[in-house]
Design a protein around this ligand. Structure first.
Ligand code: AMP
Length: 213
């Protein structure tokens, strides 16, 4: 099964994708994670996109389509979760063509709906474990008092450079201008399932499962 998790920044796409990886053995393809990895390893492409990412703008279709194309070459028996990709109509067309070429298809697009106020609250308070990526929130899920990640025991936590109010404003504008048209695009294809992304992680995971059933 190949699925897209679609939603604004902070909707919980990464959190739900990790659940699906654990529970169903699917493969998470997050273009955001791939780009951050390219930045931290100092590749030419990573250096080129760093300022764009920090400002909250989208990097070019060509770059992210190239990243996805590379990953589709490998084993895909468990199915893919596209997380943060596609983000433009051009990327959506390219994904369709790539899957076609691999004899695969898209099974569902799960749109995670969360209102803007909740997104701002989630993102400006967000940190993640540097080892396993477990997501914490200063208010709703603080880092444990012993300073150790509850999932893996890691002791280093990171905040993303673009998780600040100013970049977030741009990221939201980019989402509404360039990514939200994908809701209509996939609705017209009959692939869209919309769920409420507000609420406890388990509750949202249940809604994702129902949407995929
Ligand atoms: P994310 O981790 O998905 O929130 O992505 C972080 C940043 O990486 C975005 O704000 C963009 O600058 C860039 N990015 C990630 N995925 C894409 C994509 N599919 N198309 C364009 N830019 C992307």
């Amino acid at each position: 099964m190949n699925i897209i998790l679609l939603g604004p920044p902070g909707a919980g796409k990464g959190t739900q994708a990790r659940r699906l990886v654990e529970e169903r053995g699917m493969i998470q393809l997050s273009t955001g994670d791939m780009l951050r990895e390219a930045r931290s390893s100092g590749t030419e492409m990573g250096n080129k996109v760093a300022a764009i990412m920090d400002a909250g703008e989208l990097v070019t279709d060509e770059i992210v389509i190239g990243l996805i194309e590379e990953r589709l070459q490998g084993d895909h028996a468990g199915g893919f979760i596209f997380d943060g990709f596609p983000r433009t109509l051009g990327q959506a067309d390219a994904l369709g063509a790539l899957l076609d070429r691999h004899g695969a298809a898209l099974d569902a697009v799960v749109e995670m709906r969360v209102d803007d106020d909740a997104l701002v609250e989630r993102i400006t308070a967000r940190s993640t474990c540097g080892m396993c990526g477990e997501v914490y929130n200063d208010i709703t899920k603080p880092i444990p008092a012993d300073g150790k990640c509850s999932n893996c025991g890691g002791t280093e936590f990171k905040r993303r450079a673009d998780d600040n109010a100013e970049s977030l404003r741009t990221r939201l504008m980019e989402y509404y201008k360039k990514t939200s048209p994908l809701i209509g695009y996939y609705y017209a294809k009959g692939d869209l399932r919309s769920i409420n992304g507000l609420g406890e992680i388990d509750e949202v995971a249940g809604a994702v499962s129902d949407a995929l059933a």
